[in-house]
Design a protein. Structure first.
Length: 334
């Protein structure tokens, strides 16, 4: 059982993530590539995702990623740096900057529970080229198994945040924590998570960041290292309507033409009511700089136009951009 101990300062500093954490969704998605208990909603997604990953021919990097993210037992803390909550680019940069002492410790812990590929030693040694190759493989996997399904992810997480925000408004942080039954129970400053490995986490005034996730089915998770920023990752409430479905506007053909992330930016501009650069970055799990770069390229290509609204830059499809999306959607029809 996991026991998390709160002080009054911790209660005041407990909050819910405002958007998906792309690296948590990726790591949990990689785990979901292998069948596990409670994953019936993901059968079709697994078939599509496995096919996409195989076609990417990532070779030994994919084998290493799967070895580093087993769906049972411990997996390394360094795969989920706290900065990833601000976007995929920030998370990848933070992962590449992980101290060697942490890499060695985490890989050693994992190696004590299972056999690892020989190139895991290069990760443990912090070889820059290996970390670059590893994180680029993670980026590709994110674009293949998470990004095309972001509409389903966002819908489920938005529903989850509404549920928790209602509990927070009605009962404060204690009402919020109480609302997370039966996954966990709150009583007298202690949050208990049954079914978790035996672990105690003292927050010491740092507060707790609650991160609902779409691809988590095994139950709440946290970091093993108590000195890392405290997080509790847990499965968002899902119903049968939350089956992961590929966003119709971002099929492989358009991604092959202009790049999968840029295709996702174009589709998001065409389907979201508010399309500021900040909203696009948060929606797609990319950095603000990356979102700005992609919209600039799309604007110079005549696919979007942008205008200032006070301190925001808003983006809209041009006729050419809309025609491209609609033609691409028509190509999906049998």
């Amino acid at each position: 059982m996991l026991r998390i101990y709160f002080t009054s300062d911790d209660i005041a500093r407990t909050r819910i993530a405002t958007g998906p954490d792309p690296l948590w969704e990726l790591v949990l998605g990689l785990q979901m590539l292998r069948p596990q208990r409670g994953d019936l909603l993901f059968t079709a997604w697994r078939r599509e995702a496995c096919r996409a990953v195989r076609q990417a021919k990532l070779g030994e990097m994919l084998n290493l990623l799967l070895a580093l993210s087993p769906n049972v037992g411990y997996f390394p803390d360094f795969l989920n740096p706290s900065k990833a909550i601000h976007g995929l680019d920030q998370g990848i940069e933070a992962l590449r900057s992980t101290p060697v002492t942490m890499l060695k410790r985490d890989v050693r812990r994992l190696a004590a529970t299972r056999r690892l590929p020989s190139n895991a030693r290069r990760v443990a040694d912090g070889e820059p080229a290996m970390l670059t190759d590893l994180t680029e493989a993670m980026r590709i996997c994110y674009e293949l198994i998470v990004l095309p399904y972001r509409r389903s992810v966002d819908a489920a997480l938005e529903r989850e945040r509404r549920i928790r925000a209602s509990a927070l408004a009605a009962g404060g942080v204690e009402g919020l924590l109480t609302s997370l039954r039966p996954m966990m129970t709150w009583s007298s400053g202690e949050l208990r998570i049954p079914g978790h490995r035996d672990q105690e986490l003292h927050l010491h005034g740092r507060g707790l960041l609650l991160i609902p996730t779409y691809f988590c089915v095994s139950g709440p998770l946290t970091m093993l290292d108590p000195d890392l920023p405290p997080v509790l990752v847990y499965p968002a409430v899902r119903g049968p309507e939350a089956v992961p479905s590929r966003a119709s506007g971002v099929p492989a053909a358009l991604g092959a033409l202009i790049g999968s992330t840029r295709a996702a930016v174009l589709e998001a501009v065409g389907t979201r009511e508010e399309t500021s650069t900040t909203v696009l970055a948060r929606h797609l799990g990319i950095s603000l700089a990356s979102a700005s770069e992609h919209t600039t390229v799309l604007r110079h290509s005549g696919l979007v136009f942008s205008h200032r609204d006070h301190n925001r830059t808003l983006h809209h499809l041009t006729d050419l951009g809309r025609a491209l999306l609609e033609a691409n959607a028509d190509a999906l029809l049998p």
